[in-house]
Design a protein around this ligand. Structure first.
Ligand code: PMP
Length: 412
């Protein structure tokens, strides 16, 4: 029997806020299931961008004229919003970056270069996105440190017993995602953080797939760093957040040099600005960061719990529907998942499935999803990934299932 998809909000009303959804692609109503790559943007976000450029575009922080003050105020309001959204202790702990990739590179370059030495170890997991693998590989190469990897179990959950064994006095840093973009697995990050802290390691959480779906309380978690990308949270591309504990950020050298990150510059010596500006060199992404606040407001107003309940009902429904089709194998069956459905179909290449679904107006992602080692672990080249957001519906999943069913019968 079909599971009901009931929600505490009106999906039709939510959909009205997303203009991009109301179009035809290849002669059919667009079904957008590529939300783990980037989510669509509500009118409020688009309006904020337009208001900024048409009303108060100005460079921030040093201007004393009215537009500069307005822009600075709006930019700093986003920092307040992010602080509240993740329950950070202070706005000094909120650094604006381009997104999760830059946040991780900042920590690897600044914290990693200063505090890691030969023989130290960094632990990541087999579930990581390349953005949470390659910066650590670069650091290990430079420092003669060693990268250790927590294996993943057949259902897509991390092998926590193996993690406990990997931890030692040599472990200096643990970097793990909150949720996997490829399989949807929600990792038990509180437990992972607490275990790492027992050995004195610092912990970075890649929150790319959590920002729009899961509650985040950095003080309750006790993580040392937490990274977010606005564009996966109904906000603009090109902006995001590195949260860091103030006591750690204070000890770290700047990541880039230039405007805004300095207090005083002479040719003999430069002194650095206070947190968080020490890490925000150059003109930042002002417009998109200001509009990021509208995205956070959208999530808060809709209610993260409501969003999670809706998406989880969609995931359950889609898992049942897709799982019942001949030859479909779902990759990633962890107990706790965000709304990501990854699968392969016997005898069909994911890329071909993606193209045939696109011909039916259905946007999914196919391939390795920037997690090649994870695909190797499962002995596959890639998967088809349908990922759901607040504006998706049960009817759209029916369309996906019908499309897949046709593709399967057509190809056999
Ligand atoms: N980590 C995870 C788990 C992701 O899903 C992504 C984006 N696909 C990233 C990191 C990188 O995020 P961004 O491209 O926004 O820097």
């Amino acid at each position: 029997m079909d599971s009901p998809v009931t929600t505490a909000f009106n999906v039709a009303e939510i959909r009205k806020q997303f203009p991009v959804l109301h179009q035809q692609v290849n002669g059919r109503n667009l079904v957008y299931f590529d939300n783990a790559a980037t989510s669509q943007k509500p009118l409020s976000v688009i309006q904020t961008l337009s208001d900024y450029y048409s009303g108060y575009n100005a460079n921030i922080h040093r201007g004393i004229h009215t537009l500069a003050e307005r822009a600075t105020k709006a930019y700093e309001e986003t920092r307040q919003s992010v602080k509240a959204f993740i329950n950070a202790a202070s706005t000094e702990e909120i650094i604006f970056v381009r997104g999760v990739t830059e946040a991780i590179n900042l920590v690897a370059s600044s914290y990693g270069r200063k505090f890691l030495k030969a023989g130290d170890e960094i632990i990541i997991s087999a579930l990581e996105h390349h953005s949470n693998i390659v910066p650590w590989q670069l650091l290990c190469e430079e420092k003669q440190a060693t990268l250790r990897v927590i294996p993943v179990l057949e259902n897509g959950e991390l092998d926590l017993d193996a993690y406990r064994k990997l931890l030692s006095g040599k472990t200096k840093l643990v970097a793990i995602n909150h949720a996997s973009n490829s399989l949807g697995t929600i990792n038990p990050i509180k437990e992972i953080i607490d275990l790492a802290h027992q050995t004195g390691a610092v912990v970075l959480i890649d929150g790319a797939q959590a920002g729009a779906h899961l509650p985040i309380d950095v003080q309750q978690l006790g993580c040392d760093f937490y990274c977010l990308s606005s564009h996966k949270m109904y906000g603009p591309t090109g902006t995001g957040v590195l949260y860091g504990k103030k006591e750690l950020l204070s000890t770290m050298p700047p990541y880039q040099g230039g405007g805004e990150m300095i207090k005083d510059v002479t040719f003999a010596k430069t002194t650095y600005n206070n947190l968080p500006y020490k890490f925000e060199a150059g003109t930042p992404n002002i417009a998109d960061t200001i509009a990021f606040k509208s995205a956070i407001d959208f999530i808060n107003e809709t209610g993260k719990e409501n969003i999670a309940a809706h998406e989880s009902a969609l995931l359950n429904y889609a898992t049942k529907k897709a799982g019942a089709l001949p030859g479909v194998k779902i990759i990633g069956t962890a107990q706790n998942k965000v709304s990501v459905l990854s699968f392969v179909i016997d005898g069909l290449h994911p890329f071909d499935i993606g193209q045939m679904l696109d011909a039916r107006g259905i946007a999914v992602r196919t391939g390795h999803h920037c997690t090649q080692p994870l695909m190797d672990r499962f002995g596959i080249e890639g998967t088809v990934r349908a990922s759901f957001a607040v504006y998706n519906t049960k009817e759209e999943i029916d369309q996906l299932a019908e499309g897949l069913s046709r593709i399967i019968s057509f190809m056999k």
